[in-house]
Write a protein that binds this ligand. Structure first.
Ligand SMILES: [Zn+2]
Length: 138
């Protein structure tokens, strides 16, 4: 991990580079197995269902549903103090995989399980934008 303003910044690896390049473009990239068509996140060099190495990158719709969440009121470190309260959530992507993320663009108290959300990207550095989710518009 690198840092910016005291916050950790992800460092892309061979497995995750296409994901982070997608985030930089404003596209949520996940993997699909070329054999069994299973979608997966986080990125791996093989399919987590059938172990095939024929995994390909596809752009996800960006749509998801909140499946679990918590409101963080005590910062994990001083760098996050100004962000509290904030929401850490598990969201289920329309394609199936689950991601851990933040829910933004609404008050923490308005977040609900089952809430429809969509991906947005927060630029941290020239290389890294973080995927987050906000209430789905429309
Ligand atoms: Zn597979």
């Amino acid at each position: 991990m690198a840092e910016t303003h005291g916050k950790p910044v992800p460092v892309p690896t061979r497995e995750t580079l296409p994901f982070w390049e997608g985030c930089r473009r404003g596209e949520l990239m996940i993997q699909r197995c070329g054999e069994c068509r299973h979608f997966q996140f986080f990125p791996r060099l093989y399919c987590s269902r059938c172990m095939s190495e024929r995994v390909e990158w596809v752009r996800a719709s960006g749509g998801a549903e909140v499946s679990s969440f918590t409101i963080v009121r005590r910062p994990v470190s001083a760098a996050f103090a100004a962000d509290t309260p904030y929401v850490v959530a598990l969201v289920r992507l329309d394609e199936g995989p689950t991601m851990m993320t933040n829910i933004v663009g609404c008050s923490p108290e308005s977040v609900r399980i089952g809430m429809a959300v969509e991906a947005v990207f927060e630029r941290l550095t020239d290389e890294i934008s973080l995927p987050q989710f906000r209430p789905r518009s429309g």
